[in-house]
Design a protein around this ligand. Structure first.
Ligand code: NAP
Length: 295
């Protein structure tokens, strides 16, 4: 039997990491180190605290040090685009990079957030083709998600954001990718009416994220019974939005799957080896559990 390393011809240990500011609480190292070990790939994935004023040096440094790639998180996802040699279509369309691959000294930026999210949503709820989707929020994460939803040929995407101009800006950026999908924005006042015909509601805002556990982006009474309700937040694993939606008979999907799959796609870009998704899932759960119950 041949091991995976023989297929990808990796000789030196793989150097991987995640750059961000702050970075100490990232669950990516736990997830990727388990994945490397399980795949039999010698290497290491490290958290790298990079301040914005050092971003360019960090990219040059990673290349010089022989890194095979790295993830990019807040606040560098947009700024890094100007510092890379090449950008994949996913990064251009999302306007942000969360994964950098370094091959033969060439840095290429990808975005795996949106496709990671859609993969987890499909896995838990089935095909998305023809569905009517309401997206709350129009920030960085929303952009990747709307891009990935368009690729799934959903019938409608309505974006509702506190700052409506931001929703309209997102629409103008993605409109030429919409093909058969109707892409529009709505005001908070119109939420009740747009939700009444929705199949899927997705919260991409940070409302309800730890430590604001009592906050929720929408009055539960407006959520039609039995639809799919999803939250990108994975800390807590079940937000107030999801708890209330569940009580209304909705199918709920949290943000953990998105986090795992954005990492799985990144791992596959770096290594050429299929990501051990279920092991990555348990590693993140364990790291989250440890954060809430440190010993
Ligand atoms: P962002 O670019 O800062 O966007 C935040 C969005 O939330 C904006 O639309 C903002 O509206 C809205 N918002 C924030 N506070 C609000 C409030 N009090 N009332 C109404 N709207 C509010 O952030 P992001 O990078 O898109 O991240 C958004 C969320 O997604 C975070 O909770 C993050 O943890 C989560 N996320 C999860 C994953 C995962 O792997 N599961 C990956 C990425 C992000 P305005 O435009 O009006 O400011």
């Amino acid at each position: 039997m041949t091991g995976p390393t023989e297929h990808v011809h990796i000789h030196a240990p793989l150097l991987l990491g995640v750059i961000g500011d702050p970075i100490a609480h990232s669950k990516s190292p736990a997830m990727h180190n388990i994945a490397l070990e399980a795949a039999g790939l010698p290497g290491m994935y490290v958290p790298l605290h990079v301040k914005p004023e050092h971003l360019a040096e960090a990219v040059t440094g990673a290349r010089a040090l022989g890194f095979s790639g790295f993830n990019v998180t807040i606040p560098h996802k947009v700024e890094i685009m100007t510092l890379l040699d090449e950008l994949d279509e996913s990064a251009i369309s999302c306007g942000a990079v969360n994964t950098v691959v370094i091959r033969d000294g060439i840095t290429t930026g990808y975005n795996t957030d949106g496709i990671g999210y859609v993969r987890s949503l499909k896995e838990e709820t089935g095909e998305l083709n023809g569905k009517k989707v309401v997206v709350l929020g129009a920030g960085g994460a929303a952009r990747g998600i709307v891009y990935a939803l368009l690729k799934e040929h959903v019938s409608d995407v309505v974006i509702v954001n506190r700052t409506r101009e931001r929703a309209d800006e997102l629409i103008s950026i993605l409109t030429d990718k919409a093909e058969g999908t109707s892409l529009s924005s709505a005001s908070q006042d119109e939420l009740e009416s747009v939700l009444s015909s929705a199949d899927i509601l997705i919260n991409t805002t940070s409302i309800g994220m730890h430590p604001d556990l009592d906050a929720t982006p929408v009055d539960a009474a407006l959520i039609p019974e039995g639809i799919v309700v999803s939250d990108l937040i994975y800390n807590p694993l079940e937000t107030r939005l999801l708890r209330e939606a569940k009580a209304r008979g909705c199918t709920v999907v949290g943000g953990l799957g998105m986090f795992i799959y954005q990492g799985a796609y990144a791992f596959e870009y770096w290594t050429g080896v299929e990501a051990p998704v279920s092991l990555m899932h348990s590693a993140v759960l364990e790291a989250l559990n440890h954060e809430h119950n440190p010993l």
